[in-house]
Design a binder for this molecule. Structure first.
Ligand code: ADP
Ligand code: MG
Length: 238
């Protein structure tokens, strides 16, 4: 389960309409990328889906259920933050275990989940280390591990790689794509990087000033851009 539907979702901050109206259908298991220039509303849209912001109007359905007023914890979505959101004083094990401990899971069960995630993410040998003793890529994997253990309906990524260097970014991009294929979990991935969008997405949502310009596969957008904005942004001549 992991379908997400947005129906006429709008968001205003202090009278300014940042999201004038978005309708969107995300299917179970899809890897969806929100792409668009800085300030176009990508993070806001993701935060609305996560429940970290309330919609001004419209509805958000998760797995067919109205989740519009639901608190974030009940939405069963896991936000993957950048690796610097780790707790520096805690071991890798404790960082990954943290959300389960907060949810009151028993220690034996927590151990099983953390070890399972660590194995998928190649972190088994690093569970006793602190984040400061890891590479940037390993730290990002710990941040992903913390999202995986909750077994969410969907992962929400907000530019998780933007503070990594270029070579590592390419690597992590592949790792995240492979992980998503392995787990089959619906993912929404926010980026302003066209290459990330084109290489990772099943479905790309091109945003401009809080509106959707086009939704389609990377090939659709490349070969049949709906307008000059999409063509310019994706980088193919129309
Ligand atoms: P993106 O993630 O695409 O860079 P954002 O969603 O962060 O864009 O921001 C979209 C617009 O909404 C920007 O103009 C931003 O200044 C505004 N905005 C975002 N969050 C808030 C807020 N909490 N209060 C007021 N304005 C906000
Ligand atoms: Mg943003």
């Amino acid at each position: 389960m992991g379908s997400i539907t947005l129906e006429a979702v709008t968001k205003s901050f202090g009278g300014v309409k940042v999201i004038p109206g978005v309708d969107l259908e995300i299917n179970d298991g899809e890897f969806v990328v929100f792409v668009g220039p800085s300030g176009c509303g990508k993070s806001t849209l993701l935060r609305l889906i996560a429940g970290l912001e309330d919609v001004t109007s419209g509805r958000i359905l998760i797995d067919g259920q109205d989740a519009t007023g639901m608190p974030p914890a009940r939405r069963k979505l896991s936000m993957v933050f950048q690796s610097y959101a780790l707790y520096p004083h805690m071991s890798v094990y404790k960082n990954i275990a943290f959300p389960l401990k907060m949810a009151g899971m028993e220690p034996a069960k927590i151990k099983e989940k953390v070890e399972g995630a660590a194995s998928i993410l190649n972190l088994t040998d690093y569970l006793d280390r602190r984040p400061g003793q890891l590479s940037g890529g390993q730290r990002q994997r710990v941040a992903i591990g913390r999202a995986i253990v909750r077994e969410p309906s969907a992962f929400l990524f907000d530019e998780p790689l933007s503070n990594l260097d270029a070579a590592l970014r390419v690597n992590m991009r592949l790792e995240i794509s492979e992980l998503q294929k392995t787990l089959g979990t619906t993912s929404i991935y926010v980026t302003h990087d066209q290459i990330e969008a084109m290489t990772m997405a099943d479905k790309i949502v091109v945003l401009n000033a809080g509106r959707i310009e086009q939704v389609g596969s990377p090939l659709d957008l490349y070969h049949k851009p709906a307008n000059l904005f999409v063509a310019g942004f994706i980088g193919s001549p129309k």
